[in-house]
Design a protein around this ligand. Structure first.
Ligand code: PEP
Ligand code: CO
Length: 459
């Protein structure tokens, strides 16, 4: 990471092969947008990315759990204080359930404030017999199925920057300004959730937390003075797919002289762009943020080791997270080989399960969905494999929303196939709704309580 930092510049990726980049119809306009973004203030500071890395080092050491969750694709259209607040509520609820239910510190990272670029398996699609570009996320084109909307427009990168800044500003206000205070634990329960079985179970947890706070106060602990009771850190992350944008937001830290991608605290490399010698791995090997990499079922042990060598040669704790997304059946077959190979290569990484992306199904009518049972089955397989290999199951990576949508099947809310059309609002992949998310958090907390039964944790 450091050897060539004195000569490296953020545009070096342009000399390598970059997959899944847009074909801007007017390259000069893209160059101009990038030049303007380069002059904008950073969205996050290097010091914050270092603090997240320190928090993730605790996860890597088996002393904390990562909850990374948010939209598949954020939207320019559906942008308001309310949608951000509702997402944050569910994230805080899930985190309270995991912290209280499994007595584990939870590192909270949103897929938020920058999750705007999507890799697509097909570059074009047919709409009424006309071939138009696929939707690549609002930082590249519009979602409406017309040629005009789908034509990539680099000005959208500038809009994505401003929306990210506004989102981050609100997140900072909510998390530091009283909304995330543990005394508010009841108010995070949303009306439509409160009367459900998960909502009631959450109320019991919230009462338990309140009693614990009252107990601490009664024995003389000054709760007002405890910052951790009144404020939380919610970090931002997105897929670092669009390299024009990531390059423009990459800055040299004045304190350490190291490069940081200041578009988010954490960036991840997607399943389709993780080739060890291509542009994304080259770019993210040079910036010092915490980095994630998605690993699908075809990942070989040698590839996983090559990625760890490239992205974390200095073996810095908290630097590298492997986000495994294999599908429930493949986990048992493939994950142990990766866990063993990484251990043999004397790397330590954070192992996280994304139970969403290899569990996509299409209904008979062609609707993209995911089944809650398959999601839980992949999580169970992940935990079992990690425990069996003596590795710490470090966290979960989810696509969820704070709304009462009907995009994923099942859960105790039992969304049925014929109900999917009631509220299907995702711009891209189907997301867990608020009740399904809470249900999942309770189940993961139960699983993590078993950790003492399993002997080994990474040192
Ligand atoms: C995603 O996280 O939305 C995504 C596209 O995932 P993957 O790269 O794992 O397919
Ligand atoms: Co997705």
């Amino acid at each position: 990471m450091s050897a060539t930092d004195t000569t490296w510049t953020p545009s070096a990726w342009r000399q390598t092969q970059a997959f899944h980049q847009p074909a801007w119809p007017d390259p000069a306009a893209a160059t101009d947008a990038v030049a303007r973004l380069r002059k904008m203030p950073p969205l996050v500071f290097a010091g914050e990315a270092r603090n997240l890395r320190a928090a993730l080092a605790e996860v890597q050491a088996g002393r904390a759990f990562l909850l990374q969750a948010g939209d598949c694709a954020e939207s320019f259209n559906d942008f308001s204080a309310i949608t951000i607040r509702e997402k944050l509520k569910v994230l805080l609820q899930m985190s309270a359930v995991l912290t209280y239910g499994a007595t584990l510190p939870v590192v909270k990272v949103g897929r938020i404030a920058g999750q705007f670029a999507k890799p697509r398996s097909a570059a074009t699609e047919l709409v009424d017999g006309v071939e138009i570009p696929s939707f690549f996320g609002h930082t590249i084109n519009g979602d409406e199925p017309t040629l005009a909307a789908r034509t990539p427009d680099p000005e959208r990168m500038v809009e994505a920057y401003h929306q990210s800044a506004a989102t981050l500003n609100l997140l900072r206000a909510f998390t530091k300004g009283g909304f995330a205070d543990l005394n508010q634990v009841h108010t995070w329960n949303k009306d439509f959730v409160a009367s459900s079985p998960e909502g009631k179970r959450y109320e019991e947890f919230a009462e338990g937390i309140e009693r614990a706070l009252a107990f601490m106060s009664a024995i003389g602990i000054d709760l007002q003075a405890e910052r951790a009771l009144h404020e939380v850190d919610v970090w931002t992350s997105h897929e670092g797919l669009l390299l024009d944008y990531e390059e423009a937001l990459t800055r040299r830290d004045s304190i350490t002289g190291d490069w940081y991608d200041c578009s988010a605290h954490m960036l991840w490399i997607g399943e389709r762009t993780r080739q060890p010698d291509a542009a994304h791995v080259e770019f993210f090997s040079r910036v010092h943020n915490p980095i994630g990499v998605k690993l699908g079922p075809a990942t070989s042990p040698a590839e996983a080791v090559a990625l760890a060598d490239r992205l974390n040669p200095d073996r810095i704790p908290g630097r590298l997270t492997f986000i495994v997304r294999m599908g429930a059946e493949k986990v048992h077959e493939r994950l142990p080989l990766l866990l063993q190979a990484i251990k043999e290569a004397e790397h330590t990484v954070i192992w996280v399960c994304d139970p969403m992306h290899a569990n996509m199904i299409k209904t008979k009518t062609g609707v993209k969905t995911r089944d809650f049972d398959a999601i839980m089955a992949e999580l169970d397989a992940f935990f079992q494999c990690c425990w069996a290999e003596g590795a710490w199951p470090g966290g979960v990576h989810l696509e969820f929303t704070g709304e009462d949508v009907t995009e994923c099947l099942g859960g105790s809310a039992s969304v049925l196939e014929e109900q999917l059309s009631h509220r299907y609002e995702s711009l891209c992949d189907p997301r867990l709704n608020a009740r399904q998310s809470l249900d999942l958090a309770f189940r993961v907390a139960e699983t993590m309580r078993q950790r003492d039964v399993f002997p080994s944790r990474p040192a």
